[in-house]
Ligand binder design. Sequence first.
Ligand code: G6P
Length: 604
Amino acid sequence: MCGIVGYIGGKDALPILIEGLKHLEYRGYDSAGVAILGETLSVVKTQGRIADLEKKLKGKTFKGSVGIGHTRWATHGAPNDKNAHPHYSESKNIVVVHNGIIENYLELKKMLIKEGHTFRSETDTEVIAYLIESFYEGDLLKAVSKAVNMLEGSFALGVMSKDEKNRFVAVRKDSPLVVGIGKGENFIASDIPAVLPYTKDVIILENGDIAEVKRDGVNLFDLKLNPIKRNVQKITWSVDDAKKGGFKHFMLKEIFEEPHVIREAMRGRVNGDEIEIPELESDILKGINRVYFVACGTAYHAGVVGKYLAEKFLKIPAEAEVASEFRYRDPLVDKNTLLFVISQSGETADTLAALRLGKKKGAKTIGIVNVVGSSVSRETDRVVYINAGPEIAVASTKAYVAQVEVIALTILYLAKLLNKLSPEEEKRFANEFKLLPEKAEEILKQSDRIAEFAYTTKNIEETFYIGRNLDYALSLEGALKLKEISYVHAEGYPAGELKHGPLALVTPKSLIIAIDTYAPLREKTLSNIKEVKARGGKVLAIASEGYEKIKEVADKVFFVPQTLNELSPVISVIPLQLIAYYIAESRGLDIDKPRNLAKSVTVE
Ligand code: G6P
């Protein structure tokens, strides 16, 4: 996730671009840059935030009323000056800002190197500038359309040519992009807040739309350059509301981003019927006889899913460990151990210490990380990024979804390397991964029903989340979400363990949230629900569609679409996140910044 902006009009472009980027900084702040076209073309960029870019620009004047800008959330290449956008072709004729991931960039890069180009950055974006340049014959629009037809992946692009001072071009596929319509001036941006200070009229581009943006108008085309029309919408929200995309809190916005996040996390990793993690070499499991997942908080709960999957598919003993415990034990780790280190921020102190301990003992390490260039990503032997984009709410939601998905992809890929996953099974999983974004959308459509339930339940004092196998892993995360933001006591428990203690606490005032999506054990969990009901407890069940029987036992059921048992956590966590969110919201709490908690815990 990055933010891009573009301007053409009668005013100086620079202040407008900077103001726009500030509204997009929530989308990433690893580096920032602008390109301004006037008499000459100037490109200024720097590692760091927009404020760092402003420092670099101080005292200099850049005259020009056309420009594009970028704020980066690194995906390919470390967050540094060289990888900062805009990127440009050698001749500096073509300048590009990009939000998204180009899956086939390595192939394209090889081809362009063969043609004699020299690359300056490690980004996927640089290939776009070179490709457009190679098609450029005096018409930027045509060159862009030819180049984007060769790109696989997701992109929102702003492209300028030094030789064309009266227009720039924008394209969108699977990354958001809006066009702001002004008077004698027009804009593009990754999100509405960046254009709202200037205009309330916007066109939301759809996949495959190309926009030719001029001072006096905007022309839209499909990828083959056939003219198309889109409606202009009037935005009625304030800038502040718009940053949250019209959602009341970042947490809710991030939950609603999950279908997109699921798609991005599998990009380049699910290809046709195959699963592949290009970041991992094929002999990575050589000699490995033990697997650990270490992490804190929500990331630890993703590790619990990893433990179940690793045991099942790799047939190697696997453990999930809270990092703050792991680091102070004398864990049985040696050179035959594979250590997965899971962290959204990549900076959690205990997680880092556990990683360092593991390395000292000789373990091979794989980071499952969101923030590119973070400490965990730098210190692990290999890193598989989850590509979830910046997460702002303290309570982690979309990062969990992406962590679980990437862990599942990684374990399945490793199983394939060990010849423990047949091509038929691989195909079955690959095809099911592709359906997950739509299934997540289906669940989000139930959010009103979930909110309604949460409002009627807002006064509960105690909850137990129960489940078996992967549903147990989910119950831990469901309970944590509720605790964190609604301050209601919640515990995740293995469903079979309920009768060994917590059942004593169950009264008609208790709410039990039973997760029952793991088909091989669903009858067992159903029996546990009956035990709760017999003690007068109230039960909400989260079950897979088609398991109608559960309606006769539970007080309320939210169904999630059927998927393969092993992939259920990716989507079945969504109702749990929504329940926690709406209970906290009905209690009027500060959801994005819950009391006493921090997003990134860099002290032990
Ligand atoms: C804090 C956050 C949690 C997060 C945990 C681990 O407790 O509030 O949301 O799960 O740290 O953070 P990490 O960045 O390592 O995933």
